[in-house]
Structure formats: structure tokens, C-alpha cells
Design a protein. Structure first.
Length: 754
């Protein structure tokens, strides 16, 4: 029997791989230098619409606003000659998404995205509830430099709603918030209160620069000090209105100013003469502006005061003297400690430290990074139809649950949609995976009759066919195999792509068929052996048990199983007043918590991805291993040859250096000459003062300088030294040898035999 979970959606997820696959050939990719196995050509592709399909041609914001104002529907893209077509970017996008799943690729996530929660019943998750003593008040403003600055107020006080009515001179608060029934979402906002006050003809300045006194009667025993307006008061500040959780059940005269069943109090921010200032990083502010408070009526209303001298009133906490988080209410939404990008980053880090390394999809389709970029080697044409016809007009809500709803978007340890333990959240969980919408046999509709929410479209009827071409350039066999695998769901029959808008409602279900493949000038079919080997080569690089059993099988199951027109495969309900499936699912029956079960657990049968290439994959793997062995041997031989040449080069260079050093020393000796014969000590005595020492040192010099005899210009130095020694007495001339003198001077210097 199919699973019936309290958490459901028109989509499900394909699990992420535990690691990202980074191709080891990415650094060798080139548009100009072909791979040895490089393949170029094109794929003729036919796309058949099995359900109504809608892809618009794009409009400017002005055109879109004008169309909505006139309640005109959006229409499908047309060529100048009036034929309907699917834009190349749309076809490329849906093919790339499947390739990213099958290729164990990175998940593209906005690094600025951050979500927040206000889980009142989960104190471990929503720590703010037990941390009110650390909450501060202040004013955020944008200064003249464009920086966001938060000025801390002196103290926060509480003030009764009856006091606000007294200031307004009306019973507005009592009449609106203390009746019977429930408040709508709009009525619960602070902006609604301010707008009501404006309708009274009152300016918001009525709440500013007031003086107050402590209200001793109601402050006694309370966590917060209550105040009331008083012209003689010693507290100066501004009244700050916040959202209303719900309407109070009663407000009796004898309970005015005292706590009842609802929210009776607003806030007073006391002025500070020298407020402490905090600079809010632009990145943090944008996370609140674009994600945490996106579509929040109070934030949209308050933002208009950013450039006001006072700014926006906020509650906040600090950590290490920096703003940790902030909000528009005392118990504001608490951001998760991790962003989706942080969680995805862990998966990438398991694979490779270099985050700039391209994955398989980036290698094929190209990418632009902070430091590196790569041009894609695949180009899609527009896909034109000769038989497409417009269908009727549909009115749909083209939005869904926010990704902050962790029972859906965070992978849970569940069993058929029921949790056995606590929920995982963005603080400690993993992303559920790649979102894929369910395919259907008939479309369903949902509208609100609110033109600001509903979208009008005129799709093309089912049965339309579109033809186009996919060109590829200098791709490796495994890359072309990956591209074909993405187009054909790894050549698994009965699987469908989804393209265009309104996919949650069953629109855009298409079947892609490869008509022909032209590779390096030859036409081929999908069942050709060399094309099948391309699939095997791709499979060889990415497949493992997880790929087969979870990723590939879960993908083809979602892409092939038509879901019935039942609530279980539509959006959960969130009504202004009344039913709230999102809260109900987390509250659970008898403590049971619910989450989104894997689609393969729904009981409609599981489809298995085509494994016809498995034997070929093993053959290709053996070939690759053999080729790798040969390459390693050749690489080792090349390394040995290079090492030998390097050693020979180093030896030759060492000999050359030694020879040059020898020559240098020789030149130094020649240049030095017999100057050593003239050196004296401090006392003026010659170091060389006998004939034997002269003979010894001169012989050494002649040998080192490579002279056969003393050069003619050095003979005067030798003669001076010998004359000095001749006069030095018997000790100095001991060993005197006239033959040696004549020999080393080539007969140019001689002494008598005396």
C-alpha cells in the first residue's frame, strides 16, 4: 500500500552522493588543443510533450507588471514567424540538472542564503525563549556611507495596550485585539497596527520622545518593568509596536494593565545619550533582507525607515562585542547556525580541498569562478515545433513551501515518513538532495483568487513535438556518455524530463528521444557498440553501490512513476485562519513526528536504472587499468630518463663550476704575483726572512699560477727579497742556491758565487 505521511509535497528528492566527483582531466580541457580521444559533432534530439507545457519567452519587469495589471495571461515563446519553441536555455537546464545528479556533482547554492526558525515548543532549538535576559533593544539605520549601524538603547520597558489607546485618544487597541475570534496573518503584524494608527489620522511621532514612569503596581514580581506615560516621568523613550501572536480572549476593566490570556503589552525603548554602536556586516544584513525576512510584511514596512535619523527598532543579541542576530519582535526568528552552503561545503570538502575544482557538469557545460573560468563545450539550439497549439488558460499559485521547512528539506532518520527520534535541522542535518517534481497523467490546479498571488498562463497542449540539435566539441568518451546518459536517463525506458513553469502541477512532462548522433563525421545510433561504450566509460568513473541503489534508482523512479491526483502529492495547506498542515506535522499525534519519506517508499514500485552497460563498464575499467599501468611504466621510464639526464647535467655543471673556480683562483694567483715577499708585521719585520722560505713560497706560487719561470715584471720583487736576505747574515742565506735563482728567472737574475 502507498505510504500516507502527514508531510507531503508535489515533489521529492534524489539523495546527494557522499562525495563530489572531480574529473582528473579537468586541467587538460581546451577549446583549441584536442584530446587524443576528443569527440566532436552533434545530437539530433526530439522532444515530445506528454502534458501541457509552458515556457515563456521572458519579459521585462515593466511588461510583466502591465500584463498582471490587465489580468492578461503569460503565453508560450514564439519565433518571429509565429512558431512555438522551447528556448535553448530551458532544454539545457533540465538536461544539466539530470547530469548533475547522475554525475555526483556539486549542488549550486546561493552562499548568502540563510534560514531561521521560531520553534516555540523546542527550547533546545529555539534558545532565545530561555535567553530573554540577554536580549537588547536598539535602532538600525543606514548611514551616509551605506553602512548598517545599530545603536543600542539604554533599556527596554513594557507598556500596556490600554496606555497606547489613551495616547491615541481612542479604543483602537481594545476594540481590535480584545474581542472574540482569531486574527488573520495580516492583523497579527506590527505594520497592520501602524497602518490602523495612520487611518486615525495620527502620526507615528506621537510615540516618540515621550516621558514615562514605572508602573509599580503591575511591575511587582514581573520579569519586565512596566511603564506608563507621565509628563513628569524620568524615563524618556519611544513606544515600539510589534506583532500580535493572537487575540486575547478577554479584556475586562478590572484587568486592564494586567496579564491576561493574550498579548497585552508593547515596548518602550529608553533613549541613551551616548549609545553603544555596532556595525552590521553587509553580508549579515542581506541574509536577513533577502532570505530570513523575505516576503515579511513588517520588514517591508520597517525598511522604509532605514535612512530615517532614528532608524528601525530591533531586538538583538551580541557575541564577542558583535551583533549575533536580531529581529523585529522580542522573540524573533532565530537564524540557524549553518547555511545550506555550509552544509553542502562539508560534502565538497570530503572530496577535495580545492573548491574551485570543476565537477563533471562544469567541465562539460562550463563555469565562471572567482579565480578560474571554463568555456562550455556543449551548445543547445532552440527547439522548434511545427504542430504546437495553445491550450486553455490556467490560474495557478507558482510558489511552494520555503526551504526553511526542515521536515522536507533536511534529510531525516525516518521510517515511512515517521521519525523515531528528534528532527534534524540546518544546525545538525544534511540536505535532502536534488528536488524533482512528481510526474502526472493529468494536471491539477490551485488558486487563491488573489491577483498578487495567482499567475495566469496559457500553456501548449500535450502532443506537441519539438526538434533541435545539441552540438559538442572536443569531448572525451566518458563526457559524451554522461551527456547521453542525462538525456536518456542512462538509457532507461519510460522516464520523463520536466521543463518550464508549473512543474508542481504536472505541466512540462516531456520525453526526449535521440534521433541520431554524429561523431567525428560518422552517424551513429544509441545501440551502436561504440556509443554503448561511452555509457560504460561514464559509468566506470561515477558508479558505486550508492550510485546504483540510491541515486540512479531513486532518480528513475521519480522520473517514471505517475502519481495519482491525490492530496498526498500536492502542497500542504496553510490557511490564514484554521488548518496548518506544517505545524500539525511537526506536532504529531501522540508525540509522533513526521517528515517527507523517500518516493521509492511510497509503494508504487521501484524502477531500476538500466544496467546493460555493466559488463562493458568492467571491460572499460580493465582497459583503463591496463592503460594506466602502461602509462605508469612509461611515466616511470620517462622519469628515470629525465633523472639520468638531470644527474648528467648536474655532473657537467659541477665540473664546469670546478673548472671555472680553478681558473678564477689561477687568475687571482697570477694577479697577486710575488707580493707576499713584501709583507711585514706590525713591527715592520718581514714575514719571509730566509732563503729557504723564499724558495719554497716562490715554487708554490709558480705551481699554482702555472708559470714555468717568474714573469719578467715580477723579477724586481724577487731580486729585492733576495738582496735583503743576502744582507741578513749566515742564518738568512743558509741553503742559498744560485742555480735555482737562474732557473726560475730564466737566467735573468744571478748572483756571484761569493
Amino acid at each position: 500500500m502507498p505510504v500516507r505521511s502527514k508531510v507531503y509535497a508535489p515533489f521529492n528528492f534524489v539523495p546527494l552522493s557522499s562525495k563530489v566527483f572531480y574529473p582528473d582531466w579537468s586541467e587538460k580541457i581546451s577549446q583549441d588543443k584536442p584530446f587524443e580521444e576528443g569527440l566532436s559533432g552533434w545530437i539530433d534530439l526530439t522532444i515530445a510533450a506528454k502534458m501541457p507545457i509552458f515556457v515563456s519567452d521572458g519579459h521585462t519587469k515593466r511588461e510583466e507588471d502591465e500584463r498582471k495589471k490587465e489580468k492578461k495571461p503569460e503565453r508560450a515563446a514564439k519565433t518571429p514567424d509565429g512558431r512555438f519553441y522551447l528556448p535553448a536555455t530551458s532544454v539545457k537546464g533540465c538536461v544539466r540538472n539530470v547530469l548533475e545528479i547522475l554525475g555526483n556533482c556539486k549542488m549550486k547554492i546561493d552562499p548568502r542564503a540563510r534560514f531561521a526558525q521560531r520553534e516555540w515548543s523546542n527550547n533546545a532549538l529555539y534558545t532565545l525563549k530561555d535567553d530573554q535576559s540577554k536580549i537588547l533593544g536598539g535602532w538600525i539605520k543606514e548611514d551616509e556611507n551605506g553602512d548598517y549601524v545599530l545603536k543600542e538603547c539604554k533599556r527596554i520597558y513594557r507598556i500596556g495596550l490600554h496606555c497606547i489607546d489613551e495616547l491615541l485618544g481612542s479604543d483602537l487597541m481594545k476594540r481590535k485585539f480584545f474581542g472574540s475570534g482569531k486574527l488573520t496573518d495580516e492583523e497579527k503584524t506590527s505594520s497592520y497596527k501602524y497602518k490602523m494608527i495612520r487611518k486615525l489620522g495620527k502620526s507615528f511621532s506621537i510615540f516618540r520622545d515621550l516621558t514615562f514612569k514605572e508602573d509599580d503596581e503591575v511591575s511587582k514580581g514581573r520579569n519586565w518593568t512596566r511603564v506608563r506615560p507621565d509628563d513628569d516621568g524620568d524615563i524618556r523613550g519611544t513606544i515600539v509596536l510589534t506583532g500580535q501572536p493572537d487575540m486575547a480572549k478577554f479584556w475586562k476593566e478590572d484587568r486592564e494593565g494586567k496579564m491576561g490570556a493574550g498579548k497585552y503589552y508593547e515596548f518602550v525603548f529608553e533613549d541613551s545619550e551616548h549609545p553603544k554602536k555596532y556595525k552590521i556586516p553587509e553580508e549579515l544584513f542581506k541574509q536577513y533582507d533577502r532570505f530570513i525576512y523575505k516576503d515579511n510584511a513588517d520588514w517591508a514596512f520597517a525598511k522604509k525607515e532605514l535612512k530615517d535619523p532614528r532608524g528601525i527598532p530591533v531586538f538583538f543579541r551580541v557575541e564577542r562585542d558583535n551583533v549575533k542576530d536580531f529581529g523585529l519582535a522580542l522573540l524573533y526568528k532565530l537564524p540557524y547556525s549553518r547555511t545550506p552552503a555550509d552544509i553542502e561545503g562539508v560534502r565538497r570538502d570530503r572530496s577535495r580541498e580545492d573548491q574551485e575544482m570543476p565537477d563533471l557538469a562544469e567541465c562539460i557545460f562550463g563555469y565562471t569562478g572567482k579565480e578560474k573560468s571554463l568555456r562550455g563545450r556543449v551548445q543547445f539550439s532552440n527547439f522548434i515545433s511545427e504542430n504546437a497549439k495553445e491550450s486553455r488558460e490556467y490560474i495557478l499559485i507558482l510558489n511552494g513551501p520555503k526551504a526553511s521547512y526542515y521536515p522536507i528539506y533536511i534529510k531525516q532518520d525516518n521510517r515511512g515518513g515517521q521519525l523515531t527520534g528528534n528532527y534534524k535541522t540546518y544546525n545538525d542535518g544534511e540536505l535532502s538532495g536534488w528536488k524533482r517534481y512528481h510526474i502526472r497523467e493529468q494536471a491539477w490546479e490551485k488558486k487563491t483568487d488573489n491577483d498578487d498571488v495567482d499567475s495566469r498562463i496559457v500553456p501548449l497542449e500535450a502532443g506537441a513535438t519539438f526538434t533541435g540539435r545539441v552540438r559538442f566539441h572536443n569531448m572525451l568518451p566518458q563526457e559524451l556518455g554522461a551527456l547521453l546518459s542525462a538525456i536518456t536517463f542512462h538509457q532507461t525506458e519510460g522516464c520523463y524530463h520536466q521543463i518550464g513553469k508549473a512543474k508542481p502541477y504536472g505541466f512540462g512532462k516531456v520525453e526526449m528521444n535521440v534521433a541520431a548522433i554524429h561523431v567525428n563525421g560518422e552517424e551513429k545510433k544509441l545501440d551502436d557498440d561504440d556509443v554503448r561504450r561511452m555509457f560504460a566509460r561514464f559509468e566506470m568513473y561515477v558508479h558505486d553501490n550508492a550510485w546504483w541503489e540510491t541515486i540512479a534508482n531513486e532518480l528513475v523512479t521519480i522520473a517514471s512513476k505517475n502519481v495519482p491526483d491525490e492530496e498526498q502529492y500536492k502542497y500542504m495547506t496553510l490557511e490564514m485562519t484554521g488548518r496548518n498542515d506544517f505545524t500539525e506535522a511537526k506536532g504529531g499525534d501522540k508525540g509522533i513526528k513526521y517528515s517527507l519519506p523517500w518516493f521509492s517508499a511510497h509503494g508504487y514500485g521501484r524502477k531500476t536504472v538500466n544496467k546493460d552497460f555493466y559488463e562493458l563498464c568492467l571491460e572499460e575499467k580493465q582497459k583503463a587499468e591496463e592503460q594506466e599501468r602502461i602509462c605508469k611504466e612509461q611515466e616511470k621510464e620517462e622519469q628515470d630518463r629525465i633523472a639520468k639526464e638531470e644527474k648528467e647535467r648536474e655532473t657537467a655543471e659541477a665540473a664546469k663550476r670546478a673548472d671555472e673556480e680553478k681558473k678564477r683562483k689561477l687568475e687571482e694567483k697570477k694577479k697577486e704575483g710575488l707580493a707576499f715577499l713584501e709583507k711585514t708585521n706590525i713591527a715592520g719585520k718581514y714575514y719571509i726572512d730566509d732563503f729557504n722560505e723564499v724558495k719554497k713560497r716562490v715554487n708554490q706560487w709558480l705551481e699554482k699560477a702555472e708559470y714555468p719561470v717568474v714573469p719578467e715584471d715580477e723579477i724586481p720583487r724577487l731580486k729585492a727579497a733576495l738582496d735583503r736576505i743576502k744582507e741578513g747574515g749566515k742564518k738568512a742565506i743558509k741553503g742559498w742556491n744560485n742555480d735555482w735563482i737562474s732557473k726560475v728567472t730564466n737566467g735573468k737574475l744571478s748572483y756571484s758565487e761569493e
